[in-house]
Ligand binder design. Sequence first.
Ligand code: CA
Length: 222
Amino acid sequence: MRLLVVEDDPDLNRQITAALEEAGYAVDRAYDGEEGHFLGDTEPYDAIVLDIGLPKKDGISVLEQWRRDGRTAPVLILTARDRWSDKVQGFDAGADDYVAKPFHMEEVLARLRALLRRATGHASSELLCGPVRLDTRAGRVTLDGNAIKLTSHEYRLLAYLMHHQGRVVSRTELVEHMYDQDFDRDSNTIEVFVGRLRKKLGSDLIQTVRGLGYVLASPGGA
Ligand code: CA
């Protein structure tokens, strides 16, 4: 899953980005409304954290413009504590949730997890596929109840496929949702990660659809 953080306070931006990376997400960052709008307009983020008070272009205008242009990524806005009007304006502009400053990072993480699973049609923070269980809260994966150690890229790939279970996902799409914009992307590495996941989790979990991409097999057609 790949996220965008738009926050002009450099310390806060760094803290949020670090927490999200630590939680296993690929993260891009922007420090003003224009840069943030451009990135959200051109890159396929799974969710966006958007501050309301931003230089160059305020967060509400950024969000309104995205929604007008059909950008549907879930957006969590950051509002000032006593500005209830920010929240109302934010929701009316197309926000999906908000957190008031100052906040606990755990709350931002939990709300983002909820937005990500809702956007992909999951009700629980634990995703299941046959014997494989992915706990999005702890960032843990088990196979038949046994903990499986994954690298951060293996985890990102599996998490994306598990959120989109039953749908064929192309290599290009995987690349776009696994790496931040500064990463030297190479879609050939996807095959390598898929190979490693098959070794760790069983060879029939991730199926190759020739010419199209990969799909997570749901055993028993569940
Ligand atoms: Ca601000």
